[in-house]
Design a protein around this ligand. Structure first.
Ligand SMILES: *Cc1c(COP(=O)(O)O)cnc(C)c1O
Length: 432
């Protein structure tokens, strides 16, 4: 593959996206192999390279081109959150063709959609059952719709979050056809607050939301997940926890110390846990739901489930990402790109500085570059106040302001997203 990449560069093929080039190359190689098997051997001739050039001229021309993330925000929502592992990209490309998304190969009859990913999720979290939908916002909507429509949902006042856009907890409860029974205050909620609310016979579930993008500090307090789960069990009311980012592997990584894992929420007694596929799981956009089998099945059978279902290519990418998590903590941290980025030490970043510098000088040889320390962020609502020590390249160009430079870089080929720090443009190497 490396030799092909070199040849592609020698031929001046558009290399806006290495990933697109890799895909086009492997597809053309597949066709070559098929021709060989069919008894019409071909070589890496002009026709081979023409095929790739044609394909590449379509790929980079779309608006969703590959860009460079120098913002230092590892899971940048506006830049598509988690970058996929090559294994996930390959799995999605494969599933783009005919694939047994709802077909049992053994019986030849209709099979359960997403079965592979669901099995991986139950194994990784210790939950009885799993179900996957379009994103975490849909997962929460589906859970509340299926469990509490026409009834009441208990939510703590300190958890009435707005995630962004128009996703606000009170609106979601309303859209699900349920009514909110608020408990506690902005900064504190007690177990007895929940207990008193649970006396209402119209309560269908208790909902807990990760506060995601903000922190309340000082005189604060809330019951633990275990305490709340035990109370819900006593009252035979389901306990649904929207944990947001959803850590499967990488709980020890910098910046994540205060986040709890999906497994700990399941073991703590939550009946349903919902989380995103493209945050700390490091996969494609998806909403993952794990928990008690009867409740998961209720969600699966719900009319809304069909409206919120996941595409086959995303299911494939998700299954491949989960397979990387299943290799264990250490492998997952190396092979899931967002986890790898979070784990990079300042020494690792120092080693990357030279290549990034050359890349930037290629954009404009008048750039003056300087390595400086900076701080990265996890992004997408995980550990909003944590800063991860990082290394960046400060970019200066005579006669151009920092803001001007950032705009210039953003409009280049490929677009580079830098940020302004201390009056200069800066590319954070952690996310590069
Ligand atoms: C990010 C987040 C959501 C929304 O998830 P999407 O996958 O973007 O739909 C919902 N709840 C919490 C707590 C979150 O952090």
């Amino acid at each position: 593959m490396n030799r092909l990449f070199e040849e592609a560069a020698r031929r001046g093929l558009p290399t806006v996206s290495q990933e697109a080039l890799r895909l086009c190359l492997s597809r053309a190689l597949d066709r070559l192999r098929q021709d060989c098997l069919a008894g019409t051997p071909r070589e890496l001739d002009e026709a081979f390279w023409q095929e790739i050039t044609d394909a590449l001229h379509v790929v980079p021309a779309i608006s969703l081109q590959e860009v460079r993330n120098g913002t230092g925000v590892v899971l940048h929502t506006n830049l598509g959150r988690a970058p996929w592992a090559p294994e996930a990209v390959a799995a999605a490309a494969q599933a783009a063709q005919a694939t047994p998304v709802e077909m049992d190969l053994q019986t030849g009859k209709r099979g359960r959609r997403g079965a592979g990913g669901e099995d991986a999720l139950t194994a990784l979290t210790g939950a009885e059952a799993a179900f996957m939908v379009n994103n975490n916002a849909s997962a929460v909507l589906l859970a509340l719709f299926a469990l509490a429509r026409g009834q009441k949902v208990i939510v703590a006042r300190g958890e009435l979050v707005e995630i962004g856009g128009s996703y606000r907890m009170p609106e979601v409860v309303k859209a699900a056809g349920a009514t909110m029974l608020e408990v506690g205050t902005t900064n504190r909620v007690h177990l007895h607050d929940y207990e008193e609310a649970l006396a209402d016979p119209d309560v269908a579930c208790v909902f807990k939301a990760h506060t995601s993008n903000f922190r309340v500090e000082g005189f604060t307090g809330e019951p633990s997940v275990e305490e709340l789960a035990a109370l819900c069990k006593k009252h035979a009311v389901p306990f649904v926890y929207d944990i947001g980012s959803g850590i499967l592997c990488g709980a020890e990584l910098p910046g994540l110390a205060k986040e709890s894992t999906v497994r700990s929420a399941v073991e703590g007694g939550c009946d349903l846990v919902t989380f995103s596929g493209d945050k700390l799981l490091g996969g494609p956009q998806a909403g993952l739901i794990v928990g008690a089998r009867p409740l998961v099945e209720k969600l699966r059978r719900c009319m809304l489930a069909r409206c919120l279902r996941l595409d086959k290519t995303l299911l494939a990418a998700l299954e491949a990402t989960l397979a990387l998590h299943a290799l264990g903590e250490e492998e997952a941290r190396c092979r899931v790109p967002s986890l790898r980025r979070l784990g990079l030490t300042v020494d690792d970043l120092t080693a990357m500085a030279k290549e990034a510098g050359e890349f930037l000088l290629h954009v404009d040889s008048d750039f003056e570059l300087e390595t400086v320390s900076c701080a990265s962020k996890v992004g997408s609502g995980a550990s909003p106040t944590e800063e991860i020590p990082s290394l960046g390249l400060k970019i200066i160009k005579k006669g151009t302001s920092a803001e001007g430079l950032v705009a210039l870089l953003r409009q280049g080929t490929p677009p580079i997203f830098a940020r302004v720090q201390d009056g200069a443009a800066l590319v954070d190497l952690r996310t590069w």
